[in-house]
Design a protein around this ligand. Structure first.
Ligand code: ADP
Length: 440
């Protein structure tokens, strides 16, 4: 885990914290808005319905009278002039016959009459039905109205309706403004909580970073300290082998070979750990130069061959002729060895390993394809993590410690390239590396 990882975790924690605050604030805003708006509208609805009842009781006789005496006489125009105009009244009503004539009314906005009549034209309100209408005036202003009404019947025949209404523009404005204010406050709080989350997660990371630093130092020191005794051990084994091999029995020779293998394995592990510790501390310097790739691949194949032959694995290469690359030769060799090593290790009997290297515009592209056991989908995103091994059961019998691919990833990163894998369980895997090259 390096600085980049810490930053990523910090960013994720901040994101998580902020998302929770966003969910909380959105719920709060939606609930407050719904409560406020239903509280205000319900009150207005009740009032307009009560008014409809009252106006019905007061004016239904006018409709009866009209029905009995003048139902065919068009008195629309004449009666309009007698409408009362009461600018102070919070409510208005119209008594309208089934022919659409206004018999009576009391209005606060005569200029709205035409629009209101258009809106209610043909509407026969059902029991306690309320409509919310927005009317656009000529001067561009919009007015919100709440309308209700009660229909009048005589002997089962519909004869007209008494419509009531109230202007709720102010209330609508208050509800809308409160939604805007709530949203604005929420936005400010989201911003503040993102900043706070970033600050707090930074604080939380400090002790973790410290203990991680200590652990890194320990690994670096321990690996360094172990290197010397291990190399003494190895050279001592070589001396014993050279001097005593002739005198040794079969069993002792087997033990000696096992010890040599174990020392080799431990030396490799210690070197890998040390490399990772030094890479974390940015203490590894790259020695970049131009070099040919083909001889390196051939040399690595030669190294892997004895092991590959045990499983009868075949190598196929398709390397662009004379291809050269610019990079740290030692590290690129290590990267190729890790990938080839895995391609042999996780391959099956009579398997195949295909190596393709080519130059594609500004990149060197390396593909290492095997016909091995493959990697299950759910593990693909993790295999480059340190010490990650796919299912202990399948890798137990295969040596390894889950460091190889994290070193490969580090080498590719330090060269500014990318490494990716495509794999299907039971069919094989293909590792693709691209390494950007300077313009020649
Ligand atoms: P190791 O091989 O030491 O376990 P690596 O970091 O090299 O560690 O690989 C991590 C894991 O990815 C391995 O445990 C293995 O399960 C999986 N893996 C890597 N290369 C291959 C491959 N070519 N085919 C199948 N699985 C692979």
């Amino acid at each position: 885990m390096n600085d980049k990882m810490f930053k990523k975790i910090r960013f994720r924690l901040t994101l998580l914290f902020t998302s929770l605050i966003v969910i909380f604030l959105i719920s709060f805003t939606v609930i407050s808005y719904s409560l406020l708006s239903s509280l205000i509208t319900n009150k207005q609805k009740e009032q307009v319905i009560t008014l409809a009842e009252a106006e019905y009781a007061e004016h239904k006789n006018e409709l009866f009278h009209w029905y009995d005496h003048a139902k065919n006489v068009s008195s629309n125009k004449a009666r309009n002039d007698y409408l009362e105009y009461n600018p102070e009244a919070p409510f208005f009503y119209y008594v309208i016959t089934r022919n659409g004539e206004i018999l009576d009314g009391d209005e606060s906005f005569p200029e709205l009459r035409e629009n209101i009549l258009k809106t209610i034209h043909g509407w026969i309100p059902q029991n306690e039905e309320v409509r919310h209408e927005t009317i656009k005036m000529q001067n561009g202003k919009t007015i919100s109205l709440l309308l209700s009404g009660k229909s009048v019947f005589k002997n089962g025949v519909y004869i007209g309706t008494i419509y009531t209404g109230t202007n709720i523009t102010m209330q609508t404005y208050v509800v809308k403004t409160s939604l805007m204010i709530l949203s604005l406050i929420s936005l400010v709080f989201i911003g503040l909580s993102a900043l706070l989350g970033y600050y707090m997660s930074g604080k939380a990371m400090v002790p973790i970073a410290k203990s991680f630093q200590k652990q890194k130092e320990f690994v670096a020191n321990a690996s360094h300290e172990l290197r010397t005794p291990l190399s003494i051990f190895q050279s001592s084994l070589e001396v014993i082998e050279a001097d005593e091999r002739e005198k040794m029995g079969e069993f002792s020779l087997l033990v000696l070979d096992d010890m040599k293998d174990e020392v080799k394995r431990m030396t490799k592990l210690i070197n890998d750990l040390l490399l990772l510790a030094r890479s974390d501390a940015d203490a590894v310097e790259l020695n970049k130069q131009w070099f040919e790739l083909e001889p390196i691949i051939n040399e690595l194949i030669r190294k892997c061959l004895p092991w590959a032959e045990q499983k009868n694995i075949e190598f196929l290469t398709n390397i662009q002729e004379g291809i050269t690359m610019y990079g740290d030769k030692e590290r690129i060799t290590q990267l190729l060895l890790i990938l080839l090593d895995n391609a042999v290790k996780y391959n099956v009997e009579n398997g195949l390993i295909r190596i393709m290297i080519s130059r594609e515009s500004q990149n060197i592209k390396i593909e290492i394809n095997d016909t091995g056991i493959g990697i299950p989908k759910e593990h693909l995103h993790h295999i480059f993590e340190r010490f990650y091994r796919v299912s202990k059961a399948r890798s137990r019998q295969l040596e390894g410690n889950g460091i190889g691919l994290s070193i490969a990833q580090w080498i590719v990163d330090t060269h500014g390239g990318t490494i990716s894998v495509q794999s299907e369980e039971g069919k094989g895997s293909c590792f693709i590396v691209t390494l950007p090259q300077p313009i020649q």
